[in-house]
Ligand binder design. Structure first.
Ligand SMILES: Nc1ncnc2c1ncn2[C@@H]1O[C@H](COP(=O)(O)OP(=O)(O)OP(=O)(O)O)[C@@H](O)[C@H]1O
Ligand SMILES: [Mg+2]
Length: 324
């Protein structure tokens, strides 16, 4: 079942047409799987994914896609999905910026960037009206992945913003100006900007909704998954009507999916029944590798690229890029 990745890589580092033929050949050469053994099925799925994703260049979107990753429910996989999709898109050859808009700073930790109190961060952009470039830093693991970190200073921003002018549109203005600034400086266009939100519908999330053109909602496959979703959708509709007509829910990602439980299957089915078009086919399994990667200051995609969890995020990122 296991395949030599360096051999595969050499076989796959050719032009796109030839590459597709080689991938087909390798996939056809894989042995038949005993469907009655879940582990064998999983290994076969991972091998298929590894072969088809190896060295794959993702398509560039026509314009910068700005995606807000939100769900006011806590711990559903917003941050994990933001950093891993971003890392996978960057690994696929795209130019990506992550904006950490959560005072917890989890996305900054997971991408290995400094976020001690006082360093240039999204707080300075929102409250002090600094340009986005003031706070941008480089993810140490991936050359084409930029990060605007969040520090603990951001925890005061919800209150500080209340009395400031244009409090809902501050991030949007900074992002739009930065995109223009890059264009004028002749820098390559950003393909993706992903904004990670805190678990609330306060001013930080509102700013992220006004900035994004798309919303990606991670949904954890558990009993309470759909509770609170109608409030989230109402808020998005309100923003769309009053502040950002382009905003729409483009993507739903099922996270922490455990195929062995009926409950996870039922929740996934219910989400697909309601949001068939938006829900990615790829689901993210519950995986120890995914949860331990942040403690190494890494996304799972760079920490353990061939693990089941990393392959799932890489596949989900490819699906996101292709669906454009
Ligand atoms: N697929 C997964 N498998 C195992 N653990 C996961 C997975 N996805 C996320 N986790 C873990 O679940 C916890 C919550 O995930 P995460 O921080 O991404 O959620 P969140 O929605 O951003 O949370 P918050 O609302 O606090 O911002 C983390 O400890 C994370 O490591
Ligand atoms: Mg988070």
């Amino acid at each position: 079942m296991s395949t030599d990745s360096s051999v595969q890589h050499n076989q796959l580092s050719t032009g796109p047409g030839e590459r597709a033929v080689r991938v087909e050949e390798i996939l056809r050469s894989l042995p038949e799987v005993d469907e009655s053994t879940p582990l064998a099925v999983q290994l076969a799925e991972d091998t298929r994914r590894r072969v088809s994703l190896q060295g794959l260049q993702f398509p560039h979107p026509d314009r910068t896609r700005i995606i807000t990753v939100a769900n006011q429910k806590g711990g559903v996989g917003k941050t994990t999905s933001t950093v891993n999709l971003a890392a996978a898109l960057a690994q696929g050859g795209l130019s990506v910026l992550v904006i950490d808009s959560d005072p917890q700073g989890n996305a900054s930790t997971a991408l290995g960037v400094d976020h001690r109190a006082g360093i240039p961060s999204v707080y300075d952009v929102l409250v002090n009206e600094e340009p986005l470039s003031y706070a941008i830093t480089q993810c140490p693991d991936l050359e084409n992945l930029l990060v605007v970190p969040a520090t603990i200073d951001l925890s005061g921003a919800e209150i500080e913003l209340v009395s400031l002018v244009s409090r809902e549109t501050r991030l949007r203005r900074a992002v739009d100006e930065y995109v223009l600034e890059r264009e004028q400086a002749g820098l390559p266009r950003l393909d993706y900007i992903l904004v990670d939100c805190p678990p609330s519908l306060g001013l930080l999330t509102l700013n992220a909704f006004v900035t994004g053109r798309e919303v990606l909602i991670p949904i954890q496959c558990e009993y309470y998954a759909l509770e609170g979703l109608s409030q989230l959708l109402k808020t998005i509709t309100m923003i769309q009507q009053h502040l950002n007509p382009e905003l729409h829910v483009s993507t739903i990602l099922l996270t922490m999916f455990d195929a062995r439980t009926n409950l996870a299957q039922q929740v996934a089915q219910e989400v697909r029944d309601h949001f068939g078009e938006q829900t990615l086919e790829t689901t993210i399994p519950r995986s120890v590798r995914i949860s331990e990667a942040p403690s190494y200051g890494q996304s799972v995609v760079t920490y353990e690229p061939t693990s089941t969890g990393a392959l799932a995020y890489r596949q989900a990122a490819y699906e996101l890029a292709v669906r454009n």
